[in-house]
Write a protein that binds this ligand. Structure first.
Ligand code: ADP
Length: 390
């Protein structure tokens, strides 16, 4: 079979947009199914339609060799219709399920023997109460589906603390449960990315440290400082934080058959455990540093993986790379209007704008700085990003 060369991306957010430069460089074609005209990847939108509609997605798929995603919200029945029609879909429906439903994911990751926070599926205030009693009176409660950037995540200390979510599940008619978890005492959050081809080849990026503000990723340090320190090993496979994180992500990718990029969000707990929080099966905010900071960016890697091409070198180009998100953006102005001052002050900073209007809390761009001295790299990346805030 000849190598496929046309990739169809469902969803036109900033991730689809950031797949375009490596596609242009490689000379492969990207087509984007956008939900509405004028979205972030609008420049490249080749079709506009509802990703929840089988006929729309099948029509789009007929114009490409392989389907991949900007987000994980395409319903299972649409994914299966694609597979039944013989369309290569990466990641496939059986893998993507674990990025769509946090309860199904928790159960599976635990079954794979990987460390997760203590958890339970709770269907009522009383069940939540029992979980709280067993966990010192506090817990994190999450909706299984539809959460992002901290929406759908809440710390509760009262069994009535998730009544509105139970109510919404009941009104939905489908019933279902919420995910209750121990409130992890973590020293920091990490993210481990791997890429996996349909043929099985797998590569692992260095583990990175992620800093969240209000449930939203604010900063990423690559690689994670002190990742060479010991951690509680998983089946004795590795002994350092970096090795344990890599082992976990490789086992997740192989255990659930991920194809394309996988990000495993992790907690480094105070007691040395590295615990799985979340999975994302697409390029991820924690990997934006790799556009400027690694030999092969996560976006190029995703394209290679979904085309089943040999994977690229994942090594960092510099000892340290820091990525700072621009959250909100300049009030009443575009990012680009502030480029003159930002570029003059920080010629070494790489500026990325997503073509979105400023709005409080919204990710409208990011800034990357690399170098040999972490303190200086951090300070410069933060200072450059600050030009675009407020
Ligand atoms: P989302 O899908 O919205 O990104 P996450 O499950 O990743 O939601 O949770 C968002 C943030 O909430 C995490 O990055 C972390 O800071 C915090 N958090 C989530 N689960 C826990 C937990 N069990 N213990 C402590 N903090 C948590």
């Amino acid at each position: 079979m000849s190598t496929p060369t046309t990739i169809g991306v469902i969803g036109a957010g900033q991730l689809a947009r950031m797949m375009i430069p490596p596609a242009v460089e490689l000379g492969v074609t990207i087509k984007v199914l956008a939900e509405a005209p004028g979205m972030s990847a609008g420049l490249a939108a080749t079709a506009v339609g509802d990703y929840r509609d089988e006929a729309t997605v099948l029509d789009f798929a007929r114009t490409v060799d392989v389907i991949t995603f900007d987000h994980e919200h395409v319903p299972q029945h649409v994914l299966h219709a694609l597979v039944d029609a013989g369309v290569p879909v990466h990641p496939g429906p059986d893998a993507l399920l674990y990025a769509q439903d946090k309860l199904v994911m928790r159960r599976k990751v635990a079954e794979l023997g990987l460390p997760v926070p203590d958890w339970a599926a709770v269907e009522s205030a009383d069940e939540l109460g029992a979980f709280l009693d067993a966990h010192g009176g506090r817990a994190v409660v999450k909706t299984a589906r539809g959460g992002y950037d901290g929406k759908g995540v809440r710390v509760v200390d009262d069994k009535g603390g998730a009544d509105d979510w139970f109510q919404a599940l009941a009104e939905d008619g489908r019933g279902g449960a919420l995910l209750a978890e121990e409130l992890v005492d973590f020293t920091r959050e990490l993210a481990q990315q791997v890429a996996r081809r349909p043929s099985g080849e797998i590569v692992a990026y260095p583990v990175v440290e992620t800093v969240q503000k209000g449930g939203v990723c604010a900063e990423v340090i690559a690689p994670a400082p002190t990742a060479g320190e010991p951690a509680v090993a998983v089946d004795g496979a590795g002994t350092t934080v970096a090795e344990v994180a890599r082992d976990i992500a490789v086992r997740v990718a192989e255990g659930i058959g991920v194809t394309g990029m996988l990000a495993v969000e992790l907690f480094e707990a105070r007691d040395g455990r590295v615990l799985v929080n979340e999975l994302a099966m697409r390029p991820h905010n924690s990997g934006h540093w790799s556009i400027d900071g690694a030999v092969t960016s996560q976006f190029e890697q995703h394209l290679r993986a979904v085309l089943d091409l040999p994977l690229g070198d994942v090594r960092p180009r510099d000892p340290w790379t820091v990525m700072v998100n621009v959250l909100g953006g300049p009030v009443g102005e575009s990012l680009q209007q502030r480029y003159p001052q930002a570029m003059a002050a920080h010629p070494a900073a790489k500026l990325h704008g997503y073509g979105k209007e400023s709005r409080p809390g919204r990710k409208v761009g990011h800034v990357t700085v690399s170098g040999a001295d972490l303190d200086r790299v951090l300070a410069e990346a933060r200072a450059a990003a600050a030009f675009f805030e407020g």
